[in-house]
Ligand binder design. Structure first.
Ligand code: NDP
Length: 543
């Protein structure tokens, strides 16, 4: 089935006119993926399990509303919500309007009135077969009233413990089309995808009993971020980087994802997860694969994901003593300083230790900071360390990749003072201020002036003034509706990531404690040591 292609700027798509059919300006502002064309999905019903939850209210409903306003939803569209709570269509519609008012902006009354009729609700637990019987009935009605033609996208915004049973319930109720049918069925499964390799494999097996792999969309909202997609464009649409992007020129790579907030109200989830599981297994390894992958033969989902999987498979497992040496963990301790976060409303107050936060069990050994040194053992990267770190209660909220190049082979002594040039660095800022900085050496003006690092900076906000990046969920929902799985994890990708992380999780669970670090610092001393003993240091994020 082919989706309707929209007009999009020729500078992005090359050959598509900007004008509408009659030559006037386009009716819609297309959201153009750097990896594909702007398209409108086929008619469909989006079924959200967990429709009264935080994710639906805060992220999914605002993203859907924005897609609707940008003309990216098909005219024949419906949303069917489910949760155990007994409620009805009218109450569900009112809650969703409230969610928009709270997390996006109050919708225009007439616009909302016209759209809200497309929202339905089916109450009941996903462990109860009658829920699916009722759902099938409502979907039949929706097909007639909204013209959704039997196409279904199931979004499982549910606690991980009920994901497998929900997929199986859909299968038993006959709600899943086969790939050769005229209609389509897809399923989006939220992060976390398993807790370790065995549980991820079990979850994959459950899903695959009901759905074929191309129907399964495992979401990691990080991949919906504009800069991560731009990383592919940056690497593969520019010729100047590729010759340098390898072991002969790169000394090492650093990937930092830091948060200023503490555990907030999520201790119930976080204490059973920790930084390694919550962040490194998914977000940081995803970033690593995009930095290290080979250019794909084409830009379809499987070609890109094939290259990403190869990177994960080329990383030697940390085992035994290597875990102590190359994997470090920390937990934030109290600090008298006030929080660096504007958001957490604690400005001016001292910051409590993780163990003193609400709902954190006494003596918890959960790490709130983790850092790893990994190698990618292939022709391009042999011997180049990739250092990954993430943590809570760090001094800045920042995600960035630093490509540190090898130092110049010979000092520049005859023209300037006795200076050793600092190595060049390329910094890819993923958030908050998306952009790219190249650091290089320059001579301070004057006779025999010393060397100083200077930078060339590119910022998305100033280069594309007025252009708004779509929210990650907006992009990802649209891609799933279109059947484009490029930004979703494939089965082997998820399992390869867990294969790397599980031995470290097991070693950490078996014994030892995370090293304490004061809140608002860059983590425990052992993280500094991880680089220092190899003569390197962490790049101080540039804010
Ligand atoms: P919430 O706890 O806020 O919501 C869970 C939803 O699931 C509720 O609507 C709940 O309603 C429903 N539910 C629970 N059990 C059942 C059941 N057996 N049958 C039917 N409905 C059920 O969770 P979140 O919305 O925060 O998260 C949902 C998923 O998304 C989780 O896997 C989470 O890890 C993931 N996620 C969330 C993010 C976020 O920002 N919130 C970000 C990234 C991932 P009721 O109790 O009435 O049944």
């Amino acid at each position: 089935m082919s989706e309707t292609e929209l007009a999009a700027p020729p500078e992005v798509l090359g050959d598509v006119p900007t004008a509408g059919p009659q030559g006037e300006t386009p009716l819609r502002t297309p959201m153009v993926s750097p990896l594909g064309r702007a398209r409108i999905p086929e008619p469909l019903a989006l079924v959200v399990f967990g429709a009264t939850g935080d994710l639906m209210r805060r992220k999914l409903m605002p993203a859907l509303w924005r897609l609707k306003q940008e003309g990216m939803l098909p005219d024949d569209f419906a949303i069917v919500g489910n949760a155990r709570e007994a409620t009805d269509d009218a109450d569900f519609r009112e809650r969703m309007r409230g969610a928009l008012a709270e997390f996006a902006k109050e919708p225009d009354a007439a616009e909302w009135e016209a759209f809200s009729h497309r929202l339905r609700f089916v109450g009941g637990s996903t462990d109860d077969p009658s829920t699916f019987v009722q759902l099938a009935k409502v979907l039949g009605e929706v097909d007639k009233e909204c013209g959704t033609r039997g196409n279904r996208l199931f979004y499982l915004a549910l606690p991980p413990s009920v994901v497998a049973q929900t997929a199986e319930g859909l299968g038993r109720a006959g709600l899943v089309c086969h790939p050769e049918d005229r209609c389509y069925t897809r399923i989006i499964v939220e992060k976390p995808f398993g807790r370790d390799l065995d549980s991820a494999k079990a979850l994959n097996a459950s899903l695959l009993k009901v759905f074929a792999e191309p129907q399964i969309f495992r979401i990691d909202h990080y991949l919906g971020k504009e800069t991560l997609q731009n990383l592919l464009v940056f690497r593969f649409a520019n010729t100047i980087w590729e010759p340098l992007w390898q072991r002969n020129y790169v000394d090492h790579v650093q990937i930092t994802v830091s948060e200023t907030v503490g555990v907030e109200s999520r201790a119930g989830y976080y204490d059973r997860s920790g930084a390694l599981r919550d962040m490194i297994q998914s977000h940081l390894l995803q970033i690593l694969t995009l930095v290290a992958m080979e250019p794909p033969a084409s830009y379809d989902a499987d070609s890109i994901r094939n290259e990403k999987v190869k990177v994960l498979q080329a990383i030697p497992l940390l085992q035994g003593e290597d875990i102590d040496r190359y994997a470090v963990r920390g937990q934030y301790a109290a600090s008298e300083e006030s929080s660096a976060s504007e958001k957490d409303g604690e400005k001016g107050a001292s910051m409590p230790a993780y163990r003193d936060e609400k709902d954190v069990p006494e003596g918890s050994r959960t790490e709130t900071f983790a850092a790893l040194r990994l190698l990618v053992d292939n022709w391009r990267w042999a011997g180049v360390p990739f250092y990954l770190r993430t943590g809570k209660r760090l001094p800045a909220k920042q995600s960035e990749v630093v490509i540190r190049f090898r130092p110049a082979p010979h000092p520049v002594r005859d023209q300037v003072q006795d200076d050793t040039p600092a190595p060049n660095a390329l910094v890819l800022h993923i958030q908050p201020d998306e952009g790219i900085s190249l650091f290089f050496e320059a001579k301070v003006p004057g006779i025999r002036g010393p060397l100083r690092p200077v930078s060339m900076d590119f910022k998305y906000t100033s280069a594309f003034e007025g252009a708004e990046s779509p929210e990650a969920y907006q992009r990802l929902l649209l891609d799933a509706m279109l059947g484009d799985a490029t930004l979703f994890a494939r089965r082997d990708e998820v399992e390869a990531a867990w294969t790397l992380i599980t031995p470290i999780l097991q070693a950490w669970e078996a014994g030892g404690e995370p090293d304490p670090y004061p809140a608002n610092s860059w983590g425990p001393e052992c993280a500094t040591e991880l680089l220092a003993r190899e003569g390197r240091s962490w790049h101080e994020p540039t804010g």
